[in-house]
Design a protein around this ligand. Structure first.
Ligand SMILES: Cc1cc2nc3c(=O)[nH]c(=O)nc-3n(C[C@H](O)[C@H](O)[C@H](O)COP(=O)(O)OP(=O)(O)OC[C@H]3O[C@@H](n4cnc5c(N)ncnc54)[C@H](O)[C@@H]3O)c2cc1C
Length: 594
């Protein structure tokens, strides 16, 4: 049983949470100064941070209403008024005293506790805004170095505390959701004070970086020194190096730089049994590598404190491009051809017709020459070029490299686009597509105020199964939507975002109207679960990069052999016999909990 609250614990050393310092919102995704707002039926992105900021989006509401099949307006019952209250913390004061004694900062402030108990999956955000948050950590700590992390683990062992490593809290897998049935106190370890580049080795092109470094800070600092890590997940503004490793993250430029597992040369992880460490080698044949347990560990095995990663000189040239295709099938055939041989563009994304239309609906008001130009382009494309607005698809590209490399990438795209009857729509449209990435992340929480429950989920799949899988997912969603008697029309759409030799990653976007439903977020989850079943039945993976967490844990036995699962459980038992890292992701609930 958890000890009761002991008022005599000495006060925390530091109280400011890095999320506050960074200007992060506590009730939705993103920065405090940015949100979509509806005024006089017109949507605007407030703030000045992004390309779209401050611009009126005249077409968005009309388009969204027509798609969902119901008039849309702000709905009182979906407007967030106050944060969900959380239960008071229960934790032994001796543990908190121990932290203070060892100069480890901690807090029991409700805002910090709530923030550290959720990621950004729909159900979690709905819970903190409109529902009930099941459980929050009992305290939040802020270690500043590896010695403090080791000390924290020792204190947790001594006082029977569960520790949960926290990066940027951006996961979309319920990975930070505290297990309701856990009887012990739960303490979050916010790693963001461990955010230094410890060493930059220009000769060997690698950097030793602390795990709590936030992506965009890292990017700025490396760029100032003429380098890039090349890892750019869409959550780069908030997610951390440690979080990327623990979730096996993938960035939009993976074609050029690789996924996180390709970039990490060495990793240090503090476990309940000590530190797993190694050396950064160009490549090594040393039998099974214990450090690999850090990749995809999702807080189950220990705390990643730092990693040595590859770095690359900044590219000489960076250029955007876009191609329109008559239909999804032609775009996909183009993409498959593109994946066959290098040179690959750093990023290549195929958007289905719905997402193409969505992009158009997100176009700000334009006047003068800009307006005229876009009208002319539209007429040419849908007129003499024969593109059908309800079928056409868009492909956005980003080239990076030396002048010669980019010239080769561009020439290859031009040749293949011609082969698949694509229309080169220019760099500006491509650039706009990528710029939208960061502002679009805010739209899900805005839509919630209109009663729309929306979320993306992803998978990877072989080329041969891709199109069939997408169609099957759509059919399943339509059937489930009907079965559950959900109002309006469901939205199910997809984009293909990362290419591989044998297949690609697919992002699905799902939205339903939640008005009149007793449990809108839970209903949404039923649909998402159904979609995942269909994905697995049609050859897709449990996840390409979001990971498993608790959201997809029930599918794990379908994708791992019984022997493999036993082996993972054995590793957990050996490394963490007292289940200090008891966040219970991937179904790793301990059967023999002490
Ligand atoms: C708008 C948006 C866009 C996104 N885009 C992408 C994308 O393009 N690509 C992608 O891969 N993902 C994306 N994600 C998902 C998410 O950003 C990634 O999963 C990311 O890697 C999580 O990092 P984090 O630092 O926020 O980790 P957190 O959310 O804090 O933690 C995730 C898990 O990792 C564990 N963990 C965190 N830090 C450590 C550590 N130091 N040691 C041990 N365990 C640790 C936690 O315990 C938890 O189990 C997106 C999410 C959102 C909301």
């Amino acid at each position: 049983m958890a000890s009761s609250v002991q008022p005599k614990a000495t006060p925390p050393r530091v109280e400011t949470d890095p999320s506050t310092t960074r200007g992060e919102r506590f009730d939705a995704w993103g920065y405090e100064d940015t949100n979509f707002a509806l005024e006089n039926d017109l949507v605007t992105l407030k703030g000045s941070r992004y390309e779209l900021s401050g611009k009126i989006l005249p077409g968005l509401m009309t388009w969204a209403s027509s798609i969902i099949g119901q008039p849309l307006h702000l709905r009182e019952e979906f407007i967030h008024k106050q944060m969900t209250p959380i239960a008071p913390p229960k934790i032994a004061s001796e543990f908190l005293d121990g932290l203070t004694q060892h100069h480890i900062s901690w807090t029991q402030d409700d805002t910090a506790r709530r923030r550290h108990g959720h990621g950004h999956a729909l159900e979690e955000v709905y819970a903190i805004r409109l529902g009930r948050m099941h459980r929050a950590p009992d305290a939040v700590t802020y270690p500043e170095n590896e010695a403090q992390v080791v000390r924290l683990v020792q204190l947790a062992q001594q006082h029977r505390i569960v520790l949960v490593p926290y990066g940027g809290g951006t996961n979309v897998s319920h990975a930070l959701m505290c297990p309701e049935s856990e009887p012990r106190a739960i303490v979050s370890m916010d790693m963001r004070r461990m955010n230094q580049i410890l060493e930059l080795d220009e000769t060997n092109r690698m950097a030793h970086i602390q795990a709590g470094a936030v992506g965009q800070d890292l990017q700025t600092e490396l760029e100032a020194r003429g380098y890039t890590l090349g890892h750019e997940p869409d959550s780069i503004e908030f997610s951390t190096l440690g979080g990327w490793i623990a979730t096996r993250s993938s960035g939009m430029k993976k074609n050029r730089y690789g996924n996180i597992e390709d970039l990490v040369l060495d990793v240090r992880m503090v476990t309940a049994k000590g530190v797993i460490e190694g050396r950064a080698m160009p490549r090594e044949s040393m039998g099974i590598d214990p450090r690999h347990i850090a990749l995809g560990s999702e807080g189950n095995f220990g705390v990643i404190t730092s990693a040595k990663v590859k770095i690359f000189p900044l590219p000489e040239v960076r250029r955007f491009d876009s191609v329109l295709f008559h239909d999804f099938e032609s775009g996909l055939a183009f993409m498959q051809d593109l994946s066959r041989v290098p040179p690959y563009p750093a990023s290549a994304r195929l958007l289905d017709n719905f997402q193409f239309q969505f992009g158009q609906a997100l176009k700000p008001e334009s006047h003068g020459w800009k307006h005229l130009k876009s009208q002319l382009e539209r007429r040419v494309v849908t007129g003499p070029l024969g593109f059908e607005p309800d079928k056409m698809c868009a492909f956005t590209l980003l080239y990076e490299g030396s002048r010669e490399e980019v010239a080769l990438q561009t020439a290859r795209v031009a040749k293949l686009a011609k082969k698949h009857r694509g229309f080169r729509a220019g760099g500006e449209n491509g650039k706009r597509g990528y710029q939208l990435t960061f502002s679009i992340a805010y739209i899900r929480d805005f839509m919630m105020q209109l009663g729309i429950m929306a979320e993306s989920f992803e998978t990877s799949v072989a080329w041969s199964d891709l199109a069939k899988m997408c169609v099957a997912v759509r059919e399943r969603i339509l059937a489930e939507h009907k079965r559950l008697n959900i109002p309006g029309n469901p939205i199910i759409s997809w984009r293909v975002t990362q290419v591989y030799h044998s297949g690609a990653a697919v992002y699905f976007y799902l939205a339903i109207l939640g008005t009149g439903l007793k449990q809108p977020a839970e209903t949404f989850s039923i649909l998402e679960h159904a979609a995942r079943e269909t994905i697995l039945e049609h050859g897709g993976s449990i996840s390409h990069h979001h990971g498993v967490g608790k959201l997809r844990a029930q599918f794990v036995p379908q994708v791992k052999s019984a022997v493999g699962l036993n082996w993972i459980e054995g590793a957990k038992q050996q490394l963490d016999p007292e289940n200090i890292f008891g966040i219970a992701n991937q179904g790793l609930e301990r059967k023999n909990q002490v």
